[in-house]
Design a protein around this ligand. Structure first.
Ligand SMILES: Cc1cc2nc3c(=O)[nH]c(=O)nc-3n(C[C@H](O)[C@H](O)[C@H](O)COP(=O)(O)OP(=O)(O)OC[C@H]3O[C@@H](n4cnc5c(N)ncnc54)[C@H](O)[C@@H]3O)c2cc1C
Length: 502
């Protein structure tokens, strides 16, 4: 007999994680999910014989030996076949000069390649690679200080954490706390500038790209062999095996509140469901301002939702081609000779994902390739109101992108037999994330230092998890955030927090 019941809104990574830990700790949970399947942003879909992987590019800590890996194991998400090592992170190609640089595990080679291209940037390159080398060997790389939520760290715990991370504090205040774009502007060589700006997101902090380079060098970056389903479906199975209940196609409209205590949810179909505790692992803005009518906020929440910026949404073009790409790394970045236009943005870098590392995405002799471009919500939001124009723009962008790839892969235009274009509207329709944001709040010095509480002021028995309570989102953070909620529940209910491997 379970002691307390829990309703969880959303079956993304955070919701599924909260559900698994709830079940492990004797809370009876029921997840209500808007979409017809689990995963949220970690999404994949079929187009004929092709599997389009529209989420997680790479998994941090895919190998045993870290706290994060143990958490994946608790959720049943990793087995020996889940991942292949991502030894090559990205290849940059400058169309104008033909120069190429591979970001691989070999930091010495990377340093010498970068310095050969731009001797004027040698000092900055040495400093950057030096940091990556230091981080690669640090136990903190695979820890990230997420074992406990801010609510349970206490003053002493927070001080201990600050002390443990003292070597990395400069990342939050010094030159590496700037955005990657700003940091890149300190480089002299234009191609070097583009590389550092686009190693991850130009808007993300520069230290995050050090972290990625360090993670690759440490051999701790993996590619999901079966795409997102290979990671998500085992977690959903673990949840159900633990006795959790999940209802799909069930969109929550309102969180029911009595005497400032959450008591359940009302779905869009009008049905009401009661529970002792409600957890939202869905979009933060719609949770706070729609489902709860904006009644439980303070200056901190108001400031967060008025001032903080979110990651730009993307337009994702996937192509099924009758050809193979045997020598390509999983990610190429082409610096275009002539920028292409998308809304009011000029795109000068074309990132190409190549799904050639597993046979799960396409039949033999065929390959899925994918280009994901940052774009503007308003542009697609206006277009979608005129369906023929919206469809025409999707076709135009996909055709333009393919024609740009022709220079690198002659014949590709005629070899493509499947085209799929997902816009920010698509992301919103399937996940309800504000303006289709793929990772929630931008990581900045301010957002990273802020400790976002997992509850709302004045509302009892209500908690939040997911990318809207941990700036930057991402797989480990979102999974940890679901775990945090159950840790808080166990603490307040005077219970020991249990975990166990399947
Ligand atoms: C293309 C792409 C690539 C990415 N690559 C990486 C990567 O390589 N590595 C990495 O670590 N991270 C990556 N991320 C980020 C990471 O996938 C996300 O941060 C994470 O999956 C978010 O999980 P979540 O559970 O917080 O939110 P979501 O995945 O958004 O889950 C929320 C769920 O709630 C549901 N929901 C919303 N509103 C309601 C409602 N009213 N009623 C019921 N259900 C509702 C939604 O349908 C959704 O299923 C990527 C994201 C994208 C989009």
């Amino acid at each position: 007999m379970h002691e307390k019941s829990l309703i969880i809104i959303g079956a993304g990574l955070a919701g599924l994680s909260a559900g698994c830990y709830a079940q492990m700790n004797d809370y009876q949970s029921h997840i209500f999910e808007h979409h017809s399947k689990p995963g949220g942003l970690a999404a994949a879909w079929r187009r004929g014989e092709y599997l389009i992987d529209g989420g997680i590019h790479f998994l941090i800590a895919h190998r045993p030996g870290s706290a994060i890996y143990d958490v994946y194991r608790e959720l049943g998400a990793v087995q020996t076949t889940t991942c292949v090592d991502m030894d090559r992170y990205m290849r940059f190609v400058d169309e104008a000069s033909g120069l190429k640089v591979d970001f691989t595990r070999d930091l010495d080679k990377l340093a010498s390649d970068l310095k050969r291209i731009s001797p004027d940037d040698a000092k900055a390159v040495d400093a950057f690679i030096g940091e990556a080398r230091r981080l690669k060997d640090s136990p903190l790389l695979m820890d990230l200080g997420m074992a406990l939520p801010p609510e349970l760290k206490g003053k002493l715990g927070t001080l201990r954490e600050i002390w443990a991370m003292r070597g990395f504090m400069k990342y939050f205040v010094g030159g590496y706390s700037k955005s990657a774009a700003e940091y890149a502007r300190t480089m002299h060589n234009p191609f070097t500038r583009v590389m550092f700006e686009n190693l991850f997101s130009p808007d993300g902090p520069a230290w995050f790209i050090i972290m990625i380079v360090a993670t690759v060098a440490a051999g701790q970056l993996g590619l999901l062999e079966g795409g997102c389903p290979g990671f998500i479906l085992p977690i959903e199975k673990r949840y159900k095996d633990l006795g959790g209940q999940v209802s799909y196609n069930s969109t929550v409209e309102t969180v029911l509140v009595e005497n400032n205590k959450a008591v359940g949810v009302r779905l869009e179909d009008g049905t009401e469901h009661k529970a002792d505790i409600v957890v939202s692992a869905a979009d933060g803005r719609s949770t706070i301002f729609k489902m709860l009518g904006g009644r439980y906020i303070n200056d901190g929440v108001r400031k967060q939702y008025s001032n903080w910026r979110t990651y730009s949404p993307t337009v994702m073009m996937s192509f099924g081609a009758r050809r193979t790409f045997p020598d390509d790394p999983p990610l190429n970045m082409f610096l275009l000779k002539h920028p292409l236009k998308l809304g009011s943005r000029e795109i000068s870098c074309l990132p190409l994902r190549v799904f050639n590392y597993s046979d799960k995405f396409a039949p033999q002799g065929k390959t899925v390739i994918q280009v994901m471009l940052e774009t503007e919500w308003d542009y697609w939001d206006r277009l979608v109101k005129d369906r023929p124009k919206y469809e025409a723009e999707k076709e135009r962008v996909a055709a333009e992108v393919l024609s740009r790839l022709e220079e690198h892969y002659p014949g590709i235009e005629s070899q493509v037999e499947m085209t799929d274009v997902a816009t920010p509207q698509t992301t919103w329709r399937y996940t309800l994330n504000h303006e289709g944001s793929p990772m929630g709040w931008l990581m900045t010095a301010e957002t990273l230092m802020a400790q976002v509480p997992r509850s709302l002021p004045g509302l009892k028995d209500f908690y939040m998890a997911g990318q809207w309570v941990l700036p930057g989102g991402g797989v480990p953070s979102c999974i940890y955030s679901g775990r945090h909620v159950v840790q808080i529940l166990c603490h307040r209910d005077g219970r020991f927090f249990h975990t166990f491997f399947p």
